[in-house]
Design a protein around this ligand. Structure first.
Ligand code: NI
Length: 162
């Protein structure tokens, strides 16, 4: 496994649409493992393949404190969403920034797992937010375009609530 370079805001690849994965192969397995290592190393809760420069519909997510419950998604799609939550969101491609974004409170998704078997997940709160955020990366969308108000520096936010 290896830590990959995370592309940051301003890199054109982050605005491109990723391609559907049609079969699993060794190169993709390496990519998935590297994405997990890269996400954990950066203390992120999710990472999409375009963030490491690969335009394929592959996402990894882990919203647990312990970082021991990875979710691997190939070709993920949202199949249901309900409710609304508004809260701070960040992205490993926008280092040290956060912004307020409204997302569904609940989402259901379908995808393929790392063995190309169909899987479904439901998520509330942070997990729902992560599903939507990461799937949007696959369509070249970044949360910064949906921020209500302005982007804050992480340090600035620690000083107190607005
Ligand atoms: Ni992101």
């Amino acid at each position: 496994m290896a830590i990959r370079n995370i592309r940051v805001l301003g890199d054109d690849i982050l605005n491109k649409k990723s391609k559907y994965v049609s079969e699993m192969n060794d190169k993709l397995k390496v990519l998935i493992n590297d994405m997990l290592e890269t996400m954990y190393n950066a203390a992120g809760v999710g990472l999409a393949a375009p963030q490491v420069g690969v335009l394929k519909r592959v996402v990894v997510i882990d919203v647990t404190e312990e970082g021991n419950n990875p979710i691997i998604l190939i070709n993920p799609e949202i199949t249901d969403e309900q409710g609304e939550q508004t809260g701070n969101e960040g992205c490993l491609s926008v280092p040290d920034k956060v912004g307020k974004v409204t997302r569904p409170e609940y989402v259901r998704i379908k995808a393929l797992d790392e063995n190309m078997q169909p899987v479904e997940y439901e998520g509330n709160g942070l997990l729902a937010r992560a599903f939507v955020h990461e799937i949007e990366h696959l369509d070249g969308k970044l949360y910064v375009d949906k921020v209500e108000g302005r982007l804050y520096d992480v340090d600035e936010l620690k000083e107190g609530d607005e």
